[in-house]
Design a protein around this ligand. Structure first.
Ligand SMILES: N[C@@H](CCC(=O)N[C@@H](CS)C(=O)NCC(=O)O)C(=O)O
Length: 231
């Protein structure tokens, strides 16, 4: 696995030498895009370890050593400790940078909604998207896999509709300023779901997504990671 160190300086990613830095196990066009954009947004020093989930040797022993499920993203925190699960690491990184406002403070009125929706996405949308893309993990025949994909898509649509019905972005999902929830929502809504469907069925979520995706550091990561991202 290749390892590189980065820090954003003058709007450009540059190699960095620090030892007290985050390490993100990252794969292009995977769920590490959200944590990657968050690290850039909060201005944290980090290195990336490149993972190719389509390589014949996936999951490598190195990846299994940090995540027994062999999934990415994974983050090694600068203070020690490994965080698997995208929502958990985004909350942990945002909490480490209170000045960024990317996570409401523990006593802020937005905190319960922040935690609730982060876990909602992780517990509902992400697994359904996984079933859609990795239907072969739970069904063998082509007919059964088609059925899994069809049902997973219904679930994804139900989950986005439910979120659309409950949130009133102003203009970001939790109020005047963006949070890691905007990033996580933007990332997950770039997968599986038809983009025309998302814009039509979830206009409030789509409008909030437009805002976070217009942030230059987010757009830069999105360009590399989402083929359906258009500016
Ligand atoms: N629950 C995990 C899901 C992570 C996940 O499904 N990652 C995918 C890439 S987007 C992966 O590693 N796939 C390769 C594999 O499962 O072997 C999270 O939220 O981080």
């Amino acid at each position: 696995m290749a390892s590189r160190c980065w820090a954003i300086e003058g709007g450009r990613r540059k190699p960095r030498e620090d030892t007290k830095i985050y390490t993100l196990y990252h794969g292009i066009q995977t769920g590490s895009a959200g944590p990657l954009a968050l690290l850039d947004l909060v201005g944290a020093p980090y290195r990336t370890v490149s993972i190719d989930i389509n390589a014949p040797d996936h999951p490598t022993a190195e990846l299994l050593a940090v995540n027994p499920l062999g999934q990415i993203p994974v983050v090694a925190m600068p203070g020690g400790g490994i965080v698997t699960e995208s929502a958990a690491m985004m909350i942990a990184i945002a909490d480490d940078h209170p000045e960024s406002g990317m996570a409401p403070a523990t006593d802020a009125p937005e905190r319960p909604a922040f935690l609730g929706w982060m876990v909602y996405l992780a517990a509902n949308v992400y697994p359904a998207v996984r079933r859609y893309f990795f239907s072969g993990e739970i069904a063998e025949s082509e007919t059964a896999r088609d059925e899994v994909r069809r049902m997973a898509m219904k679930e994804v649509q139900r989950d986005w509709r439910a979120m659309e019905a409950r949130l009133d972005p102003a203009p970001y999902l939790l109020g005047e300023s963006p949070s890691a929830l905007d990033l996580y929502t933007a990332m997950l809504s770039r997968w599986a779901i038809e983009q025309d469907w998302f814009r039509e069925a979830c206009p409030k979520l789509a409008a909030a997504r437009d805002r976070i995706e217009a942030v230059p550091k987010v757009a830069a990561v999105w360009r590399e990671n989402f083929r359906n991202f258009t500016e």
